[in-house]
Design a protein around this ligand. Sequence first.
Ligand code: GSH
Length: 202
Amino acid sequence: MASLIANDCARHEIRFVDIYAQPHVLIDDGKAWVSVSPKNAVPALRLDLGEWLTEIGVILQYIADRAPESGLLPEAGSMARYRVLEWLSYVGSDVHKTIGLLFHPLMPEAAKDIRRQNLHRRLSYIEQHLADLPYLTGERFTVADAYLFVMIGRRPYFKFDLSPYPNVFRFHARVASRPSFASFLGLIEPVLDKVRLPAFPR
Ligand SMILES: N[C@@H](CCC(=O)N[C@@H](CS)C(=O)NCC(=O)O)C(=O)O
């Protein structure tokens, strides 16, 4: 399950896509997702004029730039921003894409084990990095933290134990205690019984 956000950020509508169904379908009306968004992946953001924006790392920047006062992304041109982008890229290419294939039902266990070893290297790096920091780039929560949080939250599904990474575990708990996460859970609760996943991983 994952979300499609329509319209602009301050006024937005979220629709959910069942990506475990083949073909992927919009949960509310059963429409094939590929007929709406040709990449057939989530998330995708439809802007007010009907234009679509895809790719997590870009959508996150777009949303954060629409609300600069949120501090979710430092200002363009600053070194602080490049640090956040550096993490966005690492989470997207090294963490997300390593985890993604662990979900695949046809992926042989031996191949999944190689992926788990890769994931171990990446989480070990993040573990060290978070030793003295509450968030990836310091004291402030940014879009990169949001992305990493979602990826780590999937661990019950890909059978990956976080206990060897106590700093990563604490990071996850820290983000989960933010009020915005409670609002998010309230938002997705009604659709949870419509998808195959047992529960949203906390
Ligand atoms: N390059 C895309 C990849 C997004 C992605 O992998 N989405 C997954 C869910 S986390 C998906 O939609 N998978 C369904 C599929 O590829 O069929 C991005 O960064 O947004």
